[in-house]
Design a protein around this ligand. Structure first.
Ligand code: AMP
Length: 250
């Protein structure tokens, strides 16, 4: 069984981004880039399934600029068997990514696509749902447990008030939540090996997909700065401050 894992290159989750002065977006120039954390979880799950003999091949794909090859090399070092870069300099919105992934899924014919529930840069949470809809495949989002058999996937997903369990027929699209697993660190020998690995470069133009953006960003603004806290000496003083803050007269 082949599993396809889309991985996105994003600003590292430990960094704070700065909003550009003209409000047109965030400035990521010179910042450390990493694999989207939810995609690491998706990849870990796929690699575990291959190690357990359930899957036979794990193919990773990234859509974007040439530098996404770094992310793909990280994925290879974590255990992916093969990597494909769908290369484009175009600014990709989730719909365009889903269309590119659909074209690749049709070529690769995986039994399962496992991907992150959302990319931490734009928090869109759209690609998995759009991809499943465009392929006409079943989908289970926010998976916190996955059991795979020849023809079905059983997925527990976190919903308000508890856990929901779904059974999907394959092929299917699954998106991962935080609690699915804890991704491994790539070992140094595997990182070295991945440096020399072959990555297939597929120009996005060859897939004949309309990548034009459908959404316009009007403005990006940093969250308001929180006023510093105040220390009070007693519970009575705190109660008085709260009373005044709620509009009571002194
Ligand atoms: P989003 O819907 O943009 O929040 O992203 C959800 C998931 O789609 C991510 O966790 C990735 O698995 C996948 N994805 C989004 N953008 C890309 C991209 N440029 N290349 C590969 N996978 C992507």
């Amino acid at each position: 069984m082949k599993i396809l894992v889309p991985v996105k290159r994003v600003v590292d989750y430990l960094l704070r981004v700065r909003v550009r002065e003209d409000g047109s977006g965030v400035d990521s120039a010179g910042l450390k880039m990493s694999m989207n954390p939810f995609d690491e979880i998706a990849l870990e799950e796929a690699v575990r399934l291959r190690e357990a003999g359930v899957a036979s091949e794990v193919v990773v794909v990234s859509c974007g600029v040439s530098a996404c090859q770094e992310t793909l090399r990280t994925a290879l070092a974590m255990g992916a068997d093969r990597a494909v870069l769908i290369e484009t300099d175009a600014l990709l919105q989730p719909l365009a990514v889903a269309k590119l992934l659909k074209a690749l899924a049709q070529r690769e014919a995986p039994r399962l696509v496992i991907m992150g529930k959302q990319a931490i840069d734009d928090d869109a949470n759209q690609c998995a749902q759009m991809l499943a809809a465009m392929l006409g495949w079943p989908q289970a989002t926010f998976a916190s447990k996955l059991l795979l058999s020849e023809d079905t996937a059983t997925v527990s997903r976190e919903i308000d008030g508890g856990l929901e369990t779904l059974e999907l027929s394959l092929p299917a699209v699954i998106s991962t939540d935080l609690r699915l697993n804890e991704p491994r660190y790539a070992s140094l020998p595997n990182v070295m090996k991945a440096r020399r690995a072959q990555i297939e470069i597929l120009p996005a133009a060859d897939l004949q997909v309309d990548l034009r953006p459908r959404l316009t960003t009007l403005r990006v603004a940093a969250p308001p700065v929180r006023a510093p806290g105040v220390r009070v000496d007693s519970a009575e003083a705190l109660a008085e401050r709260l009373r005044l803050a709620m509009g009571a007269t002194p």
